[in-house]
Design a protein around this ligand. Structure first.
Ligand code: ADP
Length: 260
């Protein structure tokens, strides 16, 4: 609120302007620092796979290397190239989101059907790790969403639940409605997230354990992308987690209701 000069009874507009300008310049400074940190992180993330690729390419081109070793090292080169490709694709997506060039094409979607197709896509990976995926979803919920984008959100989250849960674990995707509020809860009984990491979990390139996430093909951008997409649908996404107990991701959306 603008201060009022007690003697003249006038509002201190100049003072208010000065404090607005000072706040703006602080904000600018913070944005600059954040951008620099982000660029440094990007550079690091690009350098890691490149180091592997170069290293193994050098070894492979040496003389006298056995056929088996060659095969193994070429496989690593391929994996690292794949990792780079995914990272660059995700960085591009986020850049588009930032520039508002990210177009969502919402339509009326039966949530149950969308979840079924996500389940079909992801279940081979779950089977590989012997993790049970249970789905509970009413069949008659209709939401106004971009189906492709929303599948991407659910795939990212379900893939995390799989990656950070040990063999034989359990994941539950449960959809419920209260009036026209829809919640989609994805919970796992995996390793959980330490309390001190939770505030940063949606930050770009943030990972609790860098090496483990990298081995699982993670880039630290999955949750950042999921959040952008959910929020561009005017929904919300939050994470609750307890270390060694498990993690729940909660997405909230509005149901399409007919005004009759
Ligand atoms: P990543 O590609 O590394 O999985 P994300 O943005 O999807 O990146 O997730 C960020 C980090 O949050 C992960 O590296 C992981 O440490 C943590 N995380 C995400 N989901 C889970 C989960 N279900 N259980 C435990 N940790 C998780």
């Amino acid at each position: 609120a603008t201060k009022v000069d007690l003697h003249t009874g006038r509002k201190d507009e100049l003072g208010e302007l000065a404090s607005t300008i000072s706040k703006l310049s602080n904000d600018l400074e913070r944005v600059k620092t954040e951008r620099n940190e982000f660029l440094a992180n990007v550079a690091h993330e690009l350098r890691t796979p490149l180091t592997y690729i170069k290293g193994y390419a050098d070894i492979v081109s040496r003389q006298g290397i056995s056929k088996e070793d060659k095969k193994e090292y070429l496989a690593i080169i391929r994996e690292e190239t794949e990792q780079l490709t995914v990272l660059i694709k995700n960085l591009f997506e986020l850049a588009k989101m930032d520039e508002n060039k990210f177009i969502i094409k919402p339509e009326e979607v039966t949530l149950y059907k969308l979840i079924q197709s996500v389940e079909n896509r992801i279940s081979p990976l779950y089977e590989e790790k012997n993790i049970t995926l249970s789905v509970v979803c009413p069949q008659n919920i209709i939401v106004f969403i971009d189906p492709e984008r929303f599948q991407q959100v659910l795939v990212n989250i379900l893939d995390n639940a799989r990656k950070y849960t040990s063999v034989g674990g359990q994941v539950l995707l449960k959809v419920s409605r209260k009036d026209d509020d829809i919640s989609i809860i994805i919970s796992d009984n995996g390793e959980g997230i330490p309390k001190e990491d939770l505030p940063y979990i949606f930050d770009r390139l943030y990972r609790v354990e860098k090496s483990r996430s990298r081995q699982g093909g993670g880039t630290g951008l999955g949750l950042a992308i999921a959040k952008e997409i959910v929020e561009s649908h005017e929904g919300t996404i939050v994470i609750n987690s307890e270390q060694s107990k498990g993690t729940s991701v909660i997405i909230r959306l509005r149901e399409v209701t007919t005004d009759e």
